[in-house]
Design a protein around this ligand. Structure first.
Ligand code: ATP
Ligand code: MG
Length: 556
């Protein structure tokens, strides 16, 4: 694997440890439980947990559940499962909502310090008073309330005396600051909503900027790693910690992961789920971790991918071909090979005895000697791929055609002697003869046979359903839309093709959902959890062709 150079975050941690500023580092992964995790979150997980592991520190999983409107327990459970599946263990599991009492006390403390006030401006007026980057804001007419009045109003906000939107608690900083987030930002808002954990205990909820730094500080987070969009809020993060004189966590921002042909935002993913444009959060076409898992993508290839892309200070878009390359690299090493026929047509070897079954030693994984061989049954009637035969083949077609000789992998050389068609002209059977002298697939006289076909024995195989997936979007950046156009307009209508009656060898029947293998010449496939004992379903994890490798070779 490519070696990772030391990034700016690791360098910062190196020097904080060297200077003695910290003796142990503590990080956290802080998802909001308002949806399923996607591969962008994997970057954050690998960064936070990976760094803690590397430096012998700790990493917490913290649910940032300060907004009761969109959060649900279902999401909490799925997030825990996803983090574990990715291969990480949290040192502590926390919920930001467990800190609501402490946050409330700290807010009161800022009121007592005359650094916070209750404001009655409407949301619209608050906006007008804030001004613009180029124009200083104006002080709220409520800015000079006495400490006593503020304390009283804040209690009454908490006690549910006021309707939603009627009042906020704001930090008293500077309405003329060139740093917009310092223009008296809101700390608390009124929301008469039940919370998934605290129920109806609260009807005021802290704003993200106030809450997040307190969560970090409370847990003793030394390095609070987040994505670049929080860079402009860092002065406020530091202001709260400094004024309250509590543990100073340090926020460091890195670039979000953007992937071509992919949408990475819970908001948009949720929309696709709710509108039924995909079959749930774990649809194998989704970039969610549950979708990728269901598709058969190994967690290790996601970790590898995150390690290769590294951490940068500038946003960019990563070519999805790189991710696909990481998946193939991993599966090539680990996935057992099998011969399966996606679009079968019967091949009958006329001169092969009807009652004979031979077994050939099939190499389970040429990349992994320890995987050994498996006996593969060979009989008079086989299935081959329909598109491995052409009735009137061009010269360059090295597969089967009338009178042509091809190799059946591991078995014999066979020559096509005829075909049978139904009334509509479809080929129902191909006839051939085999050369008994070519056992193993080579002619003793050294004659050259270029085409090699895979096959399964008709008597030793059974039909399954196969789901062929393609990219979910047709467009490199699906969010780059024309005015009035929805991002869903670039959804690929052919992102799922269901193929029934594919033939796989009998031994496949014993495998369980999650099992991944390579169908030779066709791609990597995994068993879907919707499989039943009557009907097995395979998802195409990924095709074999590696466009990233090609891209790189072209550049050389
Ligand atoms: P989304 O926009 O998808 O809802 P979010 O940032 O709101 O993402 P959170 O649940 O708040 O989602 O994210 C938890 C952590 O994961 C945050 O620290 C966030 O910065 C990080 N994260 C989210 N998306 C990405 C991404 N695309 N690349 C890297 N980190 C990400
Ligand atoms: Mg969010």
């Amino acid at each position: 694997m490519e070696k990772r150079s030391r990034d700016f975050i690791r360098e910062t941690i190196d020097s904080d440890l060297a200077s003695g500023k910290h003796s142990e580092i503590v990080t956290r992964f802080p998802p909001e439980p308002n949806g399923y995790l996607h591969i962008g979150h994997a970057k954050s997980i690998c960064t936070n947990f990976g760094i803690a592991r590397e430096f012998g520190g700790k990493c917490n999983l913290r649910f940032d559940d300060t907004n009761p409107v969109k959060e649900e327990t279902e999401f909490v459970e799925s997030i825990k499962g996803d983090v574990e599946w990715l291969g990480f263990k949290w040192d502590n599991l926390y919920f930001a909502s467990d800190y609501f009492d402490r946050m409330y006390l700290l807010a009161e403390q800022l009121i007592v310090m005359d650094l916070a006030y209750v404001c009655d401006l409407s949301p619209e007026d608050t906006k007008v008073y804030r001004g613009f980057a180029s124009k200083p804001g104006r002080n709220s007419p409520f800015r000079n309330r006495s400490i006593e009045e503020n304390l009283d109003l804040f209690h009454r906000m908490k006690n549910g005396e006021f309707p939603e939107g009627s009042r906020t608690l704001r930090a008293k900083i500077d309405m003329a600051s060139p740093t917009m987030c310092l223009r008296d930002p809101a700390m608390y808002r009124i929301l008469h909503r039940s919370h998934h954990r605290t129920g109806d205990k609260w009807c005021i909820y802290p704003m993200y900027d106030f809450a997040h730094c307190l969560e970090d500080s409370t847990e003793g987070i030394t390095h609070s790693l987040c994505t670049l969009e929080f860079e402009s809020n860092r002065p406020l993060y530091n202001w709260y910690l400094e004024k309250l004189d509590i543990f100073r966590s340090r926020q460091i921002e890195f670039a979000r992961l953007n992937l071509s042909f992919t949408v990475l935002s819970k908001r948009f993913l949720r929309k696709m789920v709710e509108e039924g444009l995909v079959n749930g959060w774990d649809d194998p076409r989704m970039p969610t971790l549950s979708g990728l898992r269901r598709r058969g993508i190994p967690a290790s290839s996601i970790r590898n991918f995150c390690s290769i892309i590294g951490l940068a200070k500038r946003n960019s878009t990563v070519d999805i071909a790189l991710f696909e390359h990481c998946i193939r690299e991993e599966l090539n090493k680990t996935a057992p090979r099998v011969m399966s026929i996606l679009n079968p047509v019967k091949l009958v070897i006329e001169n092969y005895p009807e009652d004979r079954t031979e077994h050939f030693d099939y190499v389970v994984n040429p990349e992994d000697e320890s995987a050994g061989t498996r006996p593969t049954p060979f009989t008079r009637e086989l299935y081959i791929e329909r598109d491995d035969f052409m009735e009137d083949p061009p010269k360059k077609f090295f597969r089967m055609g009338p009178g042509r000789e091809v190799r059946l992998r591991y078995a014999y050389l066979v020559t096509c002697t005829g075909i049978i068609k139904d009334e509509d002209g479809n080929i129902t059977e191909i006839k051939c003869t085999y050369d008994p002298e070519t056992k193993g697939g080579n002619a003793p006289d050294g004659r050259r046979v270029r085409g090699t076909l895979h096959w399964v024995s008709a008597a030793n195989s059974f039909p399954v359903e196969v789901r062929l997936y393609d990219r979910l979007f047709n467009k490199g950046n699906p969010l780059d839309t024309e005015e009035g156009e929805e991002f869903t307009s670039s959804l690929n209508p052919d992102s799922l093709a269901v193929v029934t009656n594919c033939m796989v060898e009998d031994h496949m029947g014993k495998n369980k959902p999650g099992f991944v293998c390579q169908f030779e010449r066709k791609g990597y496939f995994s068993i879907d959890p919707e499989s039943t004992s009557e009907r097995m379903i395979f998802n195409r994890t990924i095709t074999l062709r590696d466009s990233w490798k090609k891209l790189k070779e072209k550049k050389k």
